[in-house]
Design a protein around this ligand. Structure first.
Ligand code: ADE
Length: 246
């Protein structure tokens, strides 16, 4: 898959694109990330990419021209997502990440300052995405979050294929707690069930703990996942257990 990233700060991506899963995906050719400096797409002779807002007010607005010129130069095929990162966008979800991971290309637009001229949305953008209800100083960290989440779903990107399989086990739920050696630290013990090595019991315990964690921390997610009959029983146990404790 190929990402074309339009940004005022290509250097922002230097370190992260060299590390870990992203670093390996790029050097093995599973993923390509092309960084484009918006300043190179302005006709302004001083490379100016922003201006004061019509109607007044504080801050600067990124001009439409560099975005339009850059997207035009990249010639995205019909159907290629052209994403603008903004807190006003649709919340990014694993579902959308999974869909984007099947595509061959996506163009990512990073805004900055007070915002981007509205006509960028009206012309080249096919979707707007937000990575959370808080305001970043630019779209770059959001673009990086998307690239990372998509990269790890590319076939061969994770050293251990089982890790993404495990994830689908808890798809839509929060992850169950994990432990590694030693069996006891600071008086805290690894749950016995995990040390006994009875596969079905381990599986059941993990499912129950994933349900418990989701119920306690993100109950709204439970409404969106498909729960099996067994899940419903486990959840009932969890809820009963919790209500007995209080
Ligand atoms: N740009 C600024 N804040 C953002 C956010 N929360 N998500 C995506 N892009 C952004």
């Amino acid at each position: 898959m190929r990402f074309d990233v339009l940004t005022l700060f290509p250097e922002f991506f230097d370190g992260p694109l060299r590390c870990s899963v992203l670093g390996r995906a790029l050097s093995s050719g599973i993923l390509t990330v092309a960084l484009w400096n918006l300043r190179e797409f302005t006709s302004d002779k001083h490379g100016k990419v922003d201006d004061t807002p019509y109607g007044g007010g504080p801050g600067m607005v990124l001009s439409a021209e560099p975005f339009l010129a850059a997207v035009r130069a990249l010639r995205p095929a019909v159907g290629t997502p052209v994403v603008l990162f903004t807190p006003q966008g649709e919340p990014l979800t694993q579902r959308r990440v999974t869909e984007l991971a099947t595509m061959s290309r996506a163009v990512l637009l990073c805004g900055h300052y007070e915002g981007v001229d509205e006509r960028v949305r009206q012309t080249v953008v096919t979707e707007e995405l937000s990575v959370g209800d808080y305001v970043l100083s630019g779209g770059e960290p959001a673009a990086l979050a998307l690239i990372d989440a998509v990269a790890r779903l590319q076939p061969g990107a994770l050293g251990n294929e089982a890790s993404s399989e495990e994830e689908s086990f808890s798809l839509g739920l929060l992850e169950y707690p994990q432990y590694t050696r030693p069996a006891e630290i600071a008086g805290l013990h690894v749950p016995d069930v995990l040390r006994r090595g009875h596969h079905a019991e381990v599986h059941r315990w993990r499912r129950r703990e994933a349900l418990r964690r989701t119920y306690l921390r993100r109950p709204e997610l439970l409404a969106r996942v498909e729960l099996t009959k067994e899940d419903r029983l486990l959840l009932t146990e969890v809820v009963r257990e919790l209500s007995e404790r209080t």
